[in-house]
Design a protein around this ligand. Structure first.
Ligand code: PEP
Ligand code: MG
Length: 374
């Protein structure tokens, strides 16, 4: 569910479910309900099931046509809602759907189809196009995150038995520092040419020393706001220390879940582990948010978890300061946040945290939310 194929499908609003092996038994003309939010395919649905699905579709349509107010809880406290983008061309649609900025620009999509790194000029042009779409707004760009699920031959072509545990993300960039330096040069150029508020972060930071390395290097290029992604449990555990150094953290729940549950995010056979509702993942998110609070630094969420309307409330209850998601998810999350106060969100988060596993965390949060509504 968090492979890059799935992420691209979500960005294009294509309803998709992965790992549904029985789909091969479907025949042409059979009616199915594909509920991507729940990850369930219902074959030959009953009248009742069809009506329920229709109601949900209607509620979605209503959320999508609600006014594009800035993200906020019921008590008015702001939770900026940002967009995850892979190409500068996606910016216009994100703005139309009410994105208040960009929480994650995945630069690897500029690199993935290339046989060598794009030049500084080519990168400057792409980043400038992106930043121009968000004057005065925050745009968080992630340094190249290649390796494992995003292989890039010119960065690392060594065979690795476990590439997710290999030379990927910041580790690979450090081994080819010229590529990182060129990227920071292009970002600084684009920043100088536009009015957006550019933040730059490093992927797959696992140690305090790596945070220190990246922040110092980014500052060398005049990047004003330099931060880290928290995707490896070690970073969440040391968040208090890391956030003394970094200006901000952004939690990548896709990788954080993969590494916390030791389940390859690309492997259908362990897809059931890839669930950010797991209380162990929620606990690490809370530790990171607490690290932010201690140091007065923002901690956003940019993994797919932020796009789940109820989980979004839990994440805010755990202390996340912003949520970033595929632009098509913004309306549902905006509508969901508006139903709860901060105190409600904290209660719902506490219910999820107290559960034993992902499924019970989800139902405990659901029950707490219904209780509050009722
Ligand atoms: C994540 O890991 O949650 C994340 C946002 O990064 P990516 O999905 O690109 O690995
Ligand atoms: Mg990641």
């Amino acid at each position: 569910p968090t492979s890059h194929t799935a992420i691209l499908a979500r960005e294009k609003s294509i309803v998709a479910i992965v790992g549904a092996a029985a789909a091969k038994d479907l025949v042409d003309g059979q009616t199915v309900i594909v509920d991507a939010a729940k990850g369930v395919v219902t074959v030959d649905p009953t009248e009742d099931e069809r009506a329920q699905a229709q109601n949900r579709a209607d509620a979605r349509a209503a959320a999508a046509s609600a006014p594009l107010t800035p993200g906020a809880l019921k008590d008015g406290s702001a939770v900026p809602l940002l967009a995850n983008l892979g190409k500068p061309g996606g910016a216009a649609e994100a703005v139309e759907l009410g994105a208040e900025g960009v929480g994650l620009f995945r630069t690897e999509f500029l690199f993935l189809s290339a046989t060598q790194a794009p030049t500084v000029d080519e990168q400057t042009a792409s980043y400038t196009e992106l930043l121009k779409s968000f004057p005065g707004k925050k745009v968080v760009v992630r340094a190249l995150d290649a390796g494992a699920d995003k292989p890039l031959a010119f960065l690392n072509d060594a065979h690795e038995d476990n590439p997710a545990l290999g030379l990927r993300g910041l580790r690979a960039l450090r081994a080819s520092e010229d590529i990182l330096r060129e990227q920071l040069t292009a970002l600084a150029n684009a920043d100088a040419a536009t009015d957006a508020d550019l933040w730059v972060m490093a992927p797959m930071v696992a140690t305090v020393e790596e945070a220190d390395y990246f922040v110092a290097l980014a500052k060398e290029y005049g990047i004003k706001t330099a931060g880290v992604m928290v995707e490896v449990p070690s970073s969440a555990i040391q968040a208090k220390r890391i956030l003394q150094i970094a200006d901000f953290a952004s939690i990548g729940t896709n990788d954080l879940t993969q590494y916390t549950l030791a389940a390859d995010r690309l492997l259908g056979s362990v897809a059931s582990y890839q669930d950010p509702w797991h209380p162990a993942v929620l606990e690490l998110i809370k530790m990171t948010a607490d690290g932010g609070k201690t140091n007065g630094k923002p901690v956003g969420i940019c993994g797919e978890a932020a796009a789940d309307p109820l989980l979004a409330v839990v994440l805010v209850g755990l202390g996340a300061t912003t949520l970033s998601m595929a632009p098509t998810a913004l309306a549902d999350v905006r509508a969901s946040l508006l139903q709860y106060t901060r105190e409600d969100a904290e209660r719902i988060a506490a219910a999820a945290l107290a559960a034993d596993d992902a499924a019970s965390a989800r139902s405990a949060a659901q029950a707490a939310a219904e209780n509050l509504a009722g």
